[in-house]
Ligand binder design. Structure first.
Ligand code: RAM
Length: 298
């Protein structure tokens, strides 16, 4: 998606670790902000360079798929990790957690903090972000089925920018004081949302939960502005993405689909949860609280 985010930096380190094991050369890059056109340009450059394999975390599935399709047509193995492109432009996708699992986890955390009724705000990445949008859809379905009195009143983009995430939250909460809680569904949004809640003196009155990158959110967890949030290991997703590429490079995708998993080095076997769509699963979400957040080094 973009490189100025500790989550992405750690994912790049995980990818490098796998490439060192496999004898691959890694070019890990992205725009400095959530710029979709710049992302597409980088893929085009890699296609020109005739790289063996390209894997991406996309800011917009429809906008990035043509560049990925062109790479694939040029004989490059294509895959996605973290945030998918359209299935016809890549062979495999490494999903961190099932979309349903993310929807359920985020809503359940919110219910524990804010109760199961009322209006909630979502602060997302960009409005086209494939992973965030899939999670929001699942949050809505899970609420409808289990907590019909909860309502997502609005979805605002923080554009993967902490200050913008803070400012959109400040403006929204000023004019919507009835809001029960804010779902921050990207790592860059949660510290911004916490800052807004502190500035408005709403700690304990408006709940926050969602995704948190430990290094960005730990102070707010310790102060109690946010009680719990979730993520997965960014090292592992970057590492695992390289093993999806290896499966392609070794010509073993069909075999992996028959077995139901891919071999992923120190991660062991990663289950293929959807053979038709080529979706591989990393695992379960990690939940962070003030008591365990210091155990994580990302
Ligand atoms: C940001 C990106 C990424 C997301 C993480 C938690 O880095 O939006 O896609 O999964 O947050």
């Amino acid at each position: 998606k973009f490189t100025s985010d500790p989550y992405m930096v750690a994912a790049g380190e995980g990818a490098q670790e796998a490439c060192d094991e496999l004898g691959y050369t890694l070019d890990f890059n992205g725009p400095v902000n959530a710029d979709i056109a710049a992302q597409s340009d980088i893929i085009d450059q890699w296609t020109q360079k005739k790289y063996t394999a390209i894997t991406i975390s996309a800011n917009d599935a429809d906008a990035l798929s043509p560049a990925m399709k062109a790479a694939s047509d040029a004989g490059i193995y294509t895959s996605a990790w973290d945030a998918d492109v359209n299935a016809d432009s890549r062979e495999l996708f490494l999903n961190q957690v099932t979309f349903e699992g993310m929807g359920k986890t985020m809503v359940d955390m919110m219910v524990e903090e804010a109760g199961d009724s009322g209006d909630f705000l979502v602060v997302t990445a960009v409005l086209t972000a494939p992973n965030q949008n899939a999670w929001i859809e699942e949050m809505k379905k899970y609420m409808e089925a289990n907590y019909p009195d909860m309502r997502i009143a609005d979805i605002l983009a923080g554009d993967e920018d902490l200050a913008k995430s803070r400012d959109v939250t400040l403006n929204y909460l000023r004019s919507h004081p009835e809001t029960k809680g804010v779902f921050a569904v990207t790592g860059m949004a949660s510290p911004g949302v916490c800052e807004a809640i502190e500035q408005l003196d709403l700690v304990g009155k408006v709940a926050v939960t969602g995704l948190g990158v430990p290094s960005l959110i730990k102070d707010y967890l310790k102060k109690g502005t946010i009680k719990q949030c979730c993520l997965w290991s960014p090292y592992d997703i970057g590492y695992g993405a390289m093993y999806l590429a290896k499966t392609q490079i070794d010509g073993k995708v069909d075999e992996a689909k028959e077995q139901g998993y891919i071999e992923a080095g120190r991660l062991g076997k990663l289950e293929i949860i959807d053979k038709d769509k080529g979706i591989v699963l990393l695992g379960e979400p990690l939940i962070f609280t003030k008591d365990n957040v210091d155990d994580y080094n990302f």
